[in-house]
Design a protein around this ligand. Structure first.
Ligand code: ZN
Length: 72
């Protein structure tokens, strides 16, 4: 367990370490097997496609993939 006390409504982006206020901002979670990544909106936008290509999945990735299909 981490000794750092965290407000339960604050998550930390695992990419850029920004604090995400869950009451105001979206958090994005993707998974691959046992692994999990929690990202802020900006990192997700930058990275989701690369990770999707590498086998990561999640509701947020599926949503973005659907959006891309509609663009075709
Ligand atoms: Zn981030």
């Amino acid at each position: 367990m981490t000794s750092k006390v965290m407000n339960k409504d604050i998550e930390i982006c695992q990419e850029c370490n920004i604090e995400i206020d869950c009451n105001k901002d979206s958090i994005f979670i993707i998974t691959k097997g046992e692994e999990e990544r929690l990202w802020c909106h900006w990192c997700f936008e930058d990275l989701w496609k690369e990770y999707s290509d590498n086998g990561w999945a999640g509701d947020d990735i599926e949503y973005y993939l659907e959006l891309e299909k509609e663009d075709d």
